[in-house]
Every structure is written in C-alpha cells, then in structure tokens.
Design a protein around this ligand. Structure first.
Ligand code: SF4
Ligand code: SF4
Length: 313
C-alpha cells in the first residue's frame, strides 16, 4: 500500500466517507468565480468572505512548503422529518457542533499521517479558516457543485462511493507529495428541482446563491432584522433550511450518519414550540453548549422562533 492509500485507509477508519487529494497549486478559476460573486454583493454582510480572497484559493500562502491538500467528507445525514406545525432545525445542527467533530478527526489523521510518513508538515481545517474547501474538494475529485451551490459528492470511478450533499468537509494542507486525484466530469443536467423548491428564489442557477435571499443565511448569519419579504416565506424554519438538499435526486439514497456525536438531539427533531419559548437564556446556553445553535446565541434563536410562530398563525 502506498502512502496515499495508507492515509486514505486511516481516514475511512476514522469515519470519513470520502477522501481525495488536490495539488496545493493556486486555483485561479475558483478565485475568479468567488470574486465575481463578491462583486455582485451576494455575500451580504459576511465580510469574512471578502478579505484575503487569494488565500482561500492558494494553500501555499498558509503553508509555503505545501505540495498537497487532503480533503475528507463526513456524512451528517439523518432522516429528514418536518412537521409544519413545529419549528424546523436543519439536520446539520441537530448534533454537536460539526467544526469540533471534523477537527478532532483531522487531528488524529494528521498524527497517523506523520507516523506513516516519518515526518511531515501539516495544517488542518474544518470550515474554520479562509480556505475554500469546496474548490479543493472539486480539484480532489470528490464531486461537483450543484445548482444549489453545494458540493455534491459523486462517485469517481467507484473510488468514493459516497453520494449527495449531506456532508461536512475538512482538509489538511501538507508538504507531502501525494498523487492528486482528477476532478470529475458531472453536473446537474437539466434538473431544476432545487430552483423550483427554494421559497425565496435564492438559487441563481449557475451554482451560486444570493445569500441576501437565502433562509439559511438569515436564520444563522444575519444578526439584524430579517426583511419581511424573506421572513414571511420562512415558514417554520428557525435554524437553517434543507429544502434545496431534500429535493435533490443525488440525496435520494442518503444513508444515516453513524457518527455518534452527530446523533440528533431528540429536542431538535420535532420540537415543541412551547418548550423553546419557555427556555431562559441560561437554560439555552447550557442545553446547546456543544451545538451550532448555542454558538449563534439566544437572541438569534428567539428572533427566529418568533417569526415561525407568526408564520404559523
Ligand atoms: S437553503 Fe433554502 S432558502 Fe437557501 S437556497 Fe436552499 S432552499 Fe433556498
Ligand atoms: S436538485 Fe437538481 S439542479 Fe439542484 S443541485 Fe440537485 S441535481 Fe442539481
């Protein structure tokens, strides 16, 4: 078994569903696509997406000796249930905070990689830095970008059987020279299901999203007031929105994640609105200490909950 295969084998043992390698070269195509998106203002107030844009697409700015970037995907899918009379919380947020879970696994993988290689330089990321993991995953042949703007894992000559978009990404920049995988040649074809399902017309059709119209942005990132035009279409969604993923044919055979830390908190699967309304900030902070919901704070949660209650009336 060569070094790359040995590292992949360790990644699969850690529970990752897909593994690929990209060269650490600058990605001008991804960079230009990102700049065009920023120019149109689709990032709204997410200023962290505007600064250091070259760094996002050039791993050698972060690790000058970098030769390769390992990209791994972790399945977070759990059965999607949505009772319109109850608040809806996106599947990804029903377990522990994914940054910590993916990062913990990557740290172990880095240790194994260092042992296998003798010694190497590495730096791990889990959606936590100015690094475009989607662009790296594309280069590493893990999948393609769907019209809904998400990376859709898709079989690459049977190398990675994982399929669909219910995956978290994590990456490791390293000075190891590993054979890069080839990008896959696949796309959505004529499908438009996500565009038709999006209640706020946020999907632009070219693989990008206008965040100013996206419910996921407003319920998770927007700390200010949500425009009436959007809030009136949020229905029961109080943290994220899975609509453009739930209709995607690539997710129709999605398998349940077996990651124990991603098991859904029973309170979040089909929540009783009253139990949320009666929750004080102190209880909220304790209850959601380890989750993405807790990270975003009590005020945002209560604001979104009030909109869902208004929409249900
Ligand atoms: S997350 Fe929801 S609002 Fe955002 S693009 Fe997808 S369907 Fe539309
Ligand atoms: S729903 Fe259809 S158009 Fe949208 S991402 Fe999935 S395959 Fe592509």
């Amino acid at each position: 078994m060569d070094l790359k295969q040995a590292i992949a084998s360790e990644a699969y043992q850690l529970g990752f569903s897909a593994f690929g390698v990209a060269s650490a070269d600058y990605d001008p195509i991804g960079h230009n696509r990102h700049l065009r998106w920023i120019d149109k203002g689709y990032q709204v107030d997410m200023r962290y997406l505007e600064g250091g844009t070259r760094k996002r697409f050039d791993p050698r700015i972060t690790v000058p000796s970098a030769k390769s970037v390992i990209v791994c995907a972790l399945n977070y899918y759990h059965k999607l249930e949505n009772d319109p009379s109850k608040p809806y919380i996106s599947i990804y947020a029903r377990g522990e905070n994914y940054h910590a879970i993916v990062m913990d696994k990557l740290k172990v993988l880095c240790g194994k990689m260092n042992e296998l290689a003798g010694s190497c330089t590495y730096k791990a990321y889990a959606d936590s830095s100015p690094l475009s993991e989607k662009s790296l995953a594309l280069k590493a042949g893990l999948g393609f970008v769907g019209k809904n703007g998400l990376l859709i894992l898709s079989s690459n000559n049977g190398r990675n059987p994982a399929q669909g978009s219910f995956y978290f990404l994590g990456s490791i920049i390293t000075d190891l020279e590993l054979e890069p995988d080839s990008p896959i040649n696949r796309n959505c074809g004529k499908c438009r299901l996500c565009i038709e399902a999006c209640p706020t017309s946020a999907i632009l059709g070219d693989g990008t999203i206008d965040a100013s119209r996206c419910i996921a942005y407003h319920t998770i990132q927007n700390k200010g007031e949500i425009p009436e035009e959007i809030s009136s279409r949020m229905s029961n969604m109080i943290f994220g929105c899975d609509l453009c993923q739930s209709v995607c044919p690539f997710n129709k055979d999605a398998r349940e994640s077996d990651e124990p830390r991603l098991i859904s908190d029973p309170l979040l699967i089909s929540p009783d609105p009253e139990s949320f309304h009666n929750m004080t900030e102190e209880i909220f902070t304790k209850r959601f200490e380890k989750s993405s919901i807790g990270e975003k704070g009590y005020r945002l949660f209560i604001r979104n909950l009030s909109i869902a209650v208004k929409n249900s009336g």
